[in-house]
Structures are given as structure tokens and as C-alpha cells.
Design a protein around this ligand. Structure first.
Ligand code: NAD
Length: 361
């Protein structure tokens, strides 16, 4: 199969970690008889330096013509980089917002996995972390409170701010369908998170999710209030498979879930639209403090490329090969500096990529 992939190396450690992800994808291509067809585009600071804007229309068109986009990360040191002296619409992050909008990416997926070998980095009590966990937070990305009408007014000398939270049933249905589809590829459980005891938007959310669930009889659906979910994530994270939720709840819960893994260099993410197209990137930023030193952890980006194979190309066996390679390399005791612990073997970014590529082949 030919896989048409647009790559955005980006800034900071971005080019280093994307190079390692390509190395691993190339090993997958050789082993399983695929052809990787990469086209690189500039975004963020690299695009500002070359073209004066964080994202060009030409770059958007290149991204749209691919089957998927694989990204490193963008941005620089926000206190010292000249990119942050520019007006907000010309700064690196504006490129990211623009590409998400241009590609209509409404579903954000963030897995939070606690690997047995990295359990020491988990801030939870040992009796909780011992069970490990492997969950995926599916967050609606383009609706809700962050996109509703807002204004600040003054009434009788008192300042008043108004934000509105709106969802229509179509917005809920399309993300719910994605959530159930993805649960079918995992442990077949969806926890839909809302605040249906208070909010109308949550009551509609719950009704529509139940309608969608009828098409997926193999998937177990449960509802959970968001305040309870925030507690359960630290009390019993092993209970979750897919957490399906709206924009603001997902923003907060996905950060909480990331934190309980304790390893920022391991966390992948994906943003999808209603076709098979997706943008895949690590959850971390461009880490300008360690750029160019060959010490960044490329695993989050490599696991993002595994998500790309699974969700944009339906290549589950190939994705499993990458996920298993990561587990195997951790089991053998290889660690980049950020996840290093006593008794393990410290490796750089390139060597970690080499080790993972070897495991595939
Ligand atoms: P960051 O995630 O880049 O770094 C936070 C800390 O984690 C740093 O100490 C860094 O060295 C470390 N770290 C991050 N990724 C690592 C990896 N793969 N291996 C080893 N260590 C790693 O967050 P920040 O410092 O707040 O932001 C730096 C820049 O990244 C900013 O310009 C920010 O706007 C941008 N950013 C971009 C994205 C994106 O592209 N989607 C996301 C978040 C932040």
C-alpha cells in the first residue's frame, strides 16, 4: 500500500523526533511491503523564518493532498525567541490553530498509558499504579464553551462576562461515532463524561451518545459526571478504556490523565476529521531547551505514527508492531534521559530510533 504522508518537522526538537519516526515507519514499510511517500512542509517558527508567516496556503494544500499529517512540534522559547515579539496571529502557534481549522479536525485523541517499566514515574500510590492503565481520551475540539459567543458588558456599574456553551446534535453525533469506532479497535468500553445533572448541553450529549451506542452493541457504554471522572482518574485509572467528552472537560481531563503517567516524552496524540484523515503529533512541545543535543525522547512521536497507521490507514498489525517494539525496548532497559532510572542504559534520540527500527525488522 502507498501511504501519502505530509510531515511537519517544525521547530526545536521537532526535526530530530520526526526523523526517528520516519526511520521506524521505513522499517514498517520494508517488513510489511508498503511504500512511504513523505512530503515535508514548514510550519511555526521555521515557516516564519522562511516566509514571514507561520503557515502558508501552499503548505495547507500540500497537507490536504496527503492521507495523513505527521508532526513534530512547533514554537520556540517564549521569553527569548524573536517569534514571540510578533503579533499573536503571526506567532508559531497560530500555524497550528490555522491547520487544525483548515483540516476540520474536530476530534482529539490522547492516549494515557502507564508502562509497567515506567511505573516509578507515576505520581499515584503504588497499589493504584501497580495495575497499570491504558486509556484514550477523546475530546471534542471545535465546539462548546471555547467557541461559543462571549462578551463582557457593564450593567449598572457592575462588570459582567458571558460565555456560552452550545452543542448541536450533529456535533455530538460525529464525535460519538468516532469514539465508538475507536473503542471497537480497543477494549470496547466507552465512558461518556458530562455534567448532565446541571447542563442542558450535557443532557443532549448523553441522549445523542445513547442513540449512537445502539449501532455498537459490542461496546459497553457508561456515563460519568465530570467531577467524578476527575476523581476516578487518580483513584482507579485502570477502569477506563475510551473517555468520550466535550471540549472543556476534555481539555482538563486529558492533562490530568497525562500527568498521572508521569512521562511527557511518551505521550502521543491525534486529531481527526470525519474522513480517515488525521494529524498526528506528540503531546509535548518543541523543548527548545534540549534541541539539537540528540537527547530528546522520540517515543511520543513514534507512538503518534503508530496511531496514524491504525486510524488513518487501518494497518492494525503494523501499529501493533510499533507499540510492541516500544514495550520491548523499555523492557530491555533502554531509556532516553527524561525517563532514565537506575540500572537502565541511557541512549540518545537517534539510538532510540535505531533500536525501535531494529525491533520492527
Ligand atoms: P515542552 O513540552 O516543549 O517542554 C516541557 C519540558 O519537557 C522541557 O523541560 C522539555 O525539555 C521536556 N520535554 C518535552 N518533550 C520532551 C521529549 N520528547 N524528550 C525529552 N524531554 C522533553 O513545553 P514548553 O517548554 O512549555 O514549550 C516549548 C515550546 O513548545 C513553546 O513554544 C510552546 O508554545 C510549544 N508547544 C508546542 C506544542 C505543539 O507543537 N503542539 C505543544 C505544546 C507546546
Amino acid at each position: 500500500m502507498e501511504l501519502k504522508i505530509t510531515c511537519i518537522p517544525g521547530d526545536g526538537i521537532g526535526p530530530e523526533i520526526v526523523a526517528e519516526a520516519k526511520k521506524v515507519l521505513d522499517a514498517v514499510a520494508v517488513k510489511y511491503g508498503h511504500q512511504m511517500n513523505y512530503t515535508d512542509i514548514l510550519m511555526g517558527g521555521a515557516s516564519i523564518d522562511a516566509y514571514g508567516v507561520p503557515l502558508t496556503e501552499e503548505a495547507v494544500q500540500t497537507a490536504k493532498s496527503a492521507d495523513a499529517v505527521l508532526m513534530g512540534s512547533i514554537g520556540g522559547d517564549t521569553t527569548t525567541s524573536p517569534w514571540y515579539k510578533l503579533p499573536p496571529n503571526l506567532r508559531p502557534e497560530a500555524g497550528l490553530l490555522a491547520i487544525r481549522k483548515a483540516l476540520n479536525l474536530f476530534a482529539n485523541l490522547r492516549p494515557a498509558v502507564l508502562y509497567e517499566e515506567l511505573a516509578g514515574a507515576c505520581p499515584l500510590k503504588e497499589e493504584i499504579s501497580a495495575a497499570g492503565f491504558d486509556m484514550l481520551i477523546m475530546r471534542e475540539l471545535t465546539g462548546g464553551l471555547y467557541f461559543g459567543e462571549r462578551k463582557t458588558v457593564e450593567e449598572n456599574g457592575v462588570r459582567k462576562a458571558i460565555d456560552t456553551l452550545t452543542y448541536d446534535e450533529n456535533e455530538i453525533r460525529r464525535i460519538a461515532v468516532k469514539g465508538f469506532e475507536i473503542a471497537m479497535k480497543r477494549k470496547k468500553k466507552v465512558t461518556s463524561v458530562d455534567k448532565a445533572n446541571v447542563l442542558d448541553s450535557s443532557r443532549l450529549w448523553r441522549n445523542v451518545v445513547e442513540e449512537v451506542a445502539k449501532d455498537y452493541p459490542d461496546v459497553t457504554l457508561e456515563h460519568m459526571l465530570v467531577d467524578n471522572c476527575a476523581m476516578q482518574l487518580v483513584k482507579d485509572p485502570a477502569q477506563f478504556d475510551v473517555i468520550l467528552t466535550e471540549n472543556m472537560f476534555g481539555d482538563i481531563l486529558s492533562d490530568e490523565a497525562s500527568m498521572v503517567t508521569g512521562s511527557i516524552g511518551m505521550l502521543a496524540s491525534a486529531s481527526l476529521n470525519d474522513t480517515r484523515f488525521g494529524l498526528y503529533e506528540p503531546s509535548h512541545g518543541s523543548a527548545p531547551d534540549i534541541a539539537g543535543k540528540d537527547i530528546a525522547n522520540p517515543i511520543a512521536t513514534i507512538l503518534s505514527s503508530s496511531m496514524m497507521l491504525r486510524y488513518s490507514f487501518d494497518l492494525d498489525e503494523e501499529a501493533d508492531a510499533i507499540d510492541n517494539a516500544v514495550k520491548q525496548v523499555l523492557k530491555e532497559g533502554y531509556r532516553t534521559a527524561d525517563i532514565m532510572s537506575e540500572g537502565c542504559t541511557k541512549v540518545g534520540c537517534k539510538q532510540m530510533g535505531d533500536l525501535l527500527a531494529q525491533k520492527i525488522g
